[in-house]
Design a protein around this ligand. Structure first.
Ligand SMILES: [Zn+2]
Length: 124
């Protein structure tokens, strides 16, 4: 019974990370509940849907020929005009480092919990 509660709690960690990446909370909770060790590694490696969609939309129109070009571009690929490069949305938010540290903290936490499980429920 205790193990069941613990598994539900561990599933919750997986689900929260998945949710922060724009993925299904319920599906990842079940995944984490059943296969925590696999799910926690999987959810940390899986790319975020939010950053993936925002990156593909980092375009603006060239002021000279009105064709879509990248925000960071200093030269238009369509007409060759010099344009002022703009910082990308991901850089302006500046959450790249923060997310990385979050992942490290969660990973360290999950490793710690795994050790506790092995200590309390492992074979002697
Ligand atoms: Zn252009």
């Amino acid at each position: 019974m205790t193990l069941l509660i613990l598994a539900a709690f561990l599933g919750l960690i997986t689900a929260l990370i998945a949710q922060s990446k724009g993925r299904s909370f319920g599906a990842w909770w079940l995944y984490g509940f059943l296969l925590f060790i696999v799910a926690i590694v999987h959810v940390l490696l899986v790319p975020s849907l939010r950053t993936a969609t925002s990156k593909s939309h980092e375009l603006r129109d060239c002021p000279y020929c009105a064709e879509p070009i990248k925000l960071q571009a200093s030269k238009c690929k369509h007409c060759g005009s010099e344009v002022v490069p703009l910082p990308s949305k991901a850089e302006t938010h500046g959450d790249g480092t923060k997310i990385a540290w979050n992942r490290v903290a969660v990973l360290a936490l999950s490793v710690g919990i795994t050790f506790i499980i092995i200590r309390f429920f492992g074979v002697k």
